[in-house]
Design a protein around this ligand. Structure first.
Ligand SMILES: [Zn+2]
Length: 49
C-alpha cells in the first residue's frame, strides 16, 4: 500500500542555472517551497511542491 506513495515521493528538481536534475526525494516538502542546492554549479534553486 505504501510502496506506490513512496515512489511518488521521489521528486526531481531541475537546476534553473545549469539544468542539472537534482534528487529532492530526501528533502521534506514545505508549503512555501524548498531551497535545493545544486552540487554541479553551486546555485540554489527554489522548488515548490
Ligand atoms: Zn546547477
Amino acid at each position: 500500500m505504501w510502496a506506490g506513495i513512496r515512489e511518488n515521493m521521489v521528486a526531481k528538481c531541475i537546476c534553473s542555472v545549469c539544468g542539472q536534475k537534482i534528487d529532492i526525494g530526501g528533502i521534506a516538502p514545505r508549503l512555501e517551497g524548498v531551497k535545493v542546492y545544486c552540487r554541479i554549479c553551486g546555485a540554489t534553486t527554489h522548488h515548490k511542491f
